[in-house]
Write a protein that binds this ligand. Structure first.
Ligand code: ADP
Ligand code: ADP
Length: 229
């Protein structure tokens, strides 16, 4: 069974006033193997965020099939959502929550029983233990990113999706994110990340799909596609 199976996925955004509609994804077929670190590569506007937001259940697809860990998204919306955790690109966090509070709320949203909540462990993993009680509005951009990663992990997802996790971050945070991704993958989590940095894909990913103008133009092992550094 694949971690993610996508068949014939289309997404059309309807245009605003006087704007044509936008075909953001066209006939995407994509299979992500369980246990892999999978890269979605492509220039700005290629459709990467749209694809991820469909996986996350945040954007409604126009056509096609998506299943997550064998759960068809249309037939099993709750199960397919519970299987995936998403670290979004935007740094919007409620300014009046602390990291610990934000994780509690997130765990509540996903119905994680109190006995299975691991806030301290997760805060430790992302390096936020010292800031557990600080209001989000006082956190730096880097710390907000750490918190977004932490929030994506509270319900122990089988698949972790990171949308441009290292865009514009400093080298220390990039190293931390890469280390965390490797650690989580070693523990068995399937990872999907979008990036427009070739070297990041080369460094991190076992397999890569390249999308451009809403179409998948290639998919192969990293070694075959880019060569190892
Ligand atoms: P609606 O008419 O349903 O509101 P719109 O197309 O006007 O749909 O926009 C929906 C949302 O998507 C808005 O928040 C808008 O800012 C955003 N949006 C619109 N066009 C783009 C685009 N090209 N890229 C990214 N976001 C967009
Ligand atoms: P990427 O993440 O690869 O940069 P996106 O998925 O954000 O690509 O965008 C794909 C295309 O869809 C772009 O042309 C973008 O402008 C358009 N788009 C994204 N979101 C919306 C929206 N809400 N409404 C209209 N167009 C959108």
């Amino acid at each position: 069974e694949a971690a993610i199976r996508i068949e014939g996925l289309h997404k059309t955004y309807r245009g605003g006033k006087g704007q044509p509609e936008k075909h953001a994804l066209k006939s995407i077929d994509l299979t992500v193997p369980q246990g892999s670190v999978f890269g979605l590569l492509g220039p700005n506007g290629a459709g990467k965020s749209t694809l991820i937001n469909i996986l996350a259940g945040l954007v409604i697809k126009s056509a096609g099939q998506v299943s997550i860990w064998g759960f068809d998204q249309d037939q099993y919306p709750r199960q397919s959502r519970a299987t995936i955790g998403v670290m979004p690109q935007e740094l919007n966090l409620d300014p009046f929550f602390t990291p610990r509070g934000a994780l509690e709320v997130q765990a509540g949203l996903y119905g994680v029983p109190k006995s299975e909540r691991r806030s301290d462990e997760i805060l430790e993993l992302v390096g936020l233990s010292d800031k557990a009680e600080a209001y989000a509005r006082t956190l730096s951009g880097g710390m907000r990113r750490r918190l977004l990663l932490a929030k994506a992990l509270v319900h122990h997802p089988k698949v972790l999706v990171l949308d441009e996790p290292t865009a514009g971050v400093d080298i220390e945070l990039r190293q931390m994110l890469w280390t965390n991704v490797r650690k989580l993958n070693e523990q068995g989590m399937t990872i999907i990340l979008t990036t427009h940095y070739l070297e990041e894909a080369q460094e991190m990913c076992d397999e890569i799909a390249i999308i451009n103008h809403g179409e998948k133009v290639a998919q192969d092992s990293t070694a075959n596609l880019l060569g190892r550094m």
